[in-house]
Design a protein around this ligand. Structure first.
Ligand code: ARG
Length: 453
């Protein structure tokens, strides 16, 4: 389709090396929609007759049907999805088909296709994230009173409610969804009509095609519109952050599901066995989600390096944008499906969580706060409680099991009311401010969260 000036056929290796149809054929729906919009616009500005326009629009629709049915003759020699479809159109409808590429280049065509494709991918991610968010609030609803250890440095720190922990995940996923929604605004801008780089000498109506394709606007600069892929970078960056979040949750799930922790039971249908150890039930699904984050981050990196130092305007380097972009969307959607499946099917084990929370002196801060309320300066209180912990360790008991006499000896300000703050329930219930772990505070947070989904 471009061989006019060439005096020998393309080297077979070069043909294979430059071909992208195996990857970009998944843009066929967007490519056809873009071409139909372009043909309608060309008619509106007097470049195509009604007959030519209709032949193009219906010829493309037929091709779309064949592609869907799997009968379309893809030809790697025709480089990419654009030339495969266009040459088939010409084969079917003749000269009218040859006019379709007026006032257009594959450079604005492919940029348009990718943006249309990515817009849909973002909407799919958005829907999956909404499922995750709903699953989290449902599970949290059932566990506002379930106490577990909260950790810093993976050491028991202070008791929290399981619902509070789940709602921390909610906040991460909610910001993730906002990032994708924000990215969508910059994706949804039309390059169509920018042609190769400088625009076209035809009086194209770019607003018409932009609207027909559901874009918010026509891109303002033709050089920029055909060449930059920052919108794809934004998507991959948002996906990487989401993947990192999911890897953190899955790290916890893997630990929680082990018999040593026993905080949750994963459903059998989400686990796999061992070919040698008959007793095994492995959390391969969360492990794979954790592992696939590497792939998503790698794709972001690939795309960043691909774009780095590219001069304006279009360069063939850009053809390499699709594998990482497609893989990012596919991988992320799978990971989100895996995680929402786990969240809706896993069972929490409140007694194991409670037993763990009872270890590790998790209410030590509450004891220090208690002393502060008895007018002991916080630093002194911290030192006194440190001694209490040392005594408890020595005697092999919890803080709540220390005799009042022992505690009084450490600090005369202590009286029997201390045991209220040393209980797990007392500890969590005291943190009832906005963002706190108290059952009441978390219940309010869940109501608010459901409104935000
Ligand atoms: N297949 C190319 C891509 O994906 C589009 C074609 C642009 N080719 C060109 N020689 N200007 O970027």
């Amino acid at each position: 389709m471009w061989g006019g000036r060439f005096s020998e056929p393309t080297d077979a290796f070069v043909a294979r090396f430059t071909s992208s149809v195996d990857v970009d054929k998944r843009l066929y729906r967007q490519d056809i929609a873009g071409s139909q919009a372009h043909a309608r616009m060309l008619h509106a500005i007097g470049v195509l007759t009604v007959k030519e326009r209709d032949a193009i629009v219906s010829g493309l629709a037929d091709i779309g049907t064949e592609i869907e049915q799997g009968t379309f003759p893809w030809d790697p020699a025709l480089e990419d999805v654009h030339m495969n479809i266009e040459s088939e159109l010409v084969a079917r409808i003749g000269d009218a088909g040859k006019k379709l590429h007026t006032a257009r280049s594959r450079n604005d065509q492919v940029a348009t296709d990718i943006r249309l494709w990515l817009r849909e991918a973002i909407d799919d991610v958005d829907a999956q994230l909404s499922e995750v968010l709903t699953g989290l609030t449902d599970l949290a609803d059932a566990h506002t009173e379930t106490v577990m250890p909260g950790f810093t440095h993976l050491q028991s720190a202070q008791p929290v409610t399981f619902a509070h922990h789940l709602m921390a995940w909610f906040e991460m996923a909610h910001r993730d969804r906002e990032r994708f929604r924000d990215c969508r605004k910059r994706v949804n801008v039309s390059p169509l009509g920018c042609a190769a780089l400088a625009g076209t000498s035809f009086p194209v109506d770019r607003t018409m095609t932009a609207h027909e394709l559901g874009f918010d606007a026509a891109a303002a600069n033709s050089l920029d519109a055909v060449s930059d892929r920052d919108f794809a970078l934004e998507f991959c960056a948002a996906a990487s952050i989401t993947a990192v979040h999911l890897s953190r949750w899955c790290e916890e799930l893997v630990a929680w599901a082990s018999p040593q922790w026993g905080f949750v039971t994963l459903p059998d249908r989400y686990c796999t066995g061992s070919s040698i150890m008959p007793q095994k039930k492995n959390p391969d699904v969360p492990e794979l989600v954790r592992g696939k984050s590497g792939r998503v981050i790698g794709s972001l990196n690939a795309l960043l390096v691909l774009m780095k130092s590219q001069p304006l305007a279009y360069n063939r380097d850009n053809q390499e944008d699709k594998p990482p972009l497609f893989d990012t969307a596919d991988t992320l959607l799978d990971c989100l499906q895996a995680v929402s499946g786990i969240i809706s099917a896993m069972e929490a084990n409140p007694s194991a969580m409670r037993a763990a929370a009872e270890q590790g002196y998790a209410t030590a801060t509450d004891l220090a706060d208690y002393l502060v309320r008895k007018d002991v300066p916080f630093r002194d209180a911290h030192a006194i409680v440190g001694k209490a912990v040392a005594v408890a360790i020595e005697r092999g008991t919890s803080l709540a099991d220390l005799d009042l006499a022992v505690l009084e000896e450490l600090c005369p300000a202590i009286d029997a009311s201390v045991y209220d703050v040393l209980s797990l329930e007392g500890s969590v219930a005291a943190r009832r401010h906005v963002g706190g772990t108290a059952p009441d505070a978390v219940r309010r947070a869940i109501v608010d969260a459901k409104r935000r989904i």
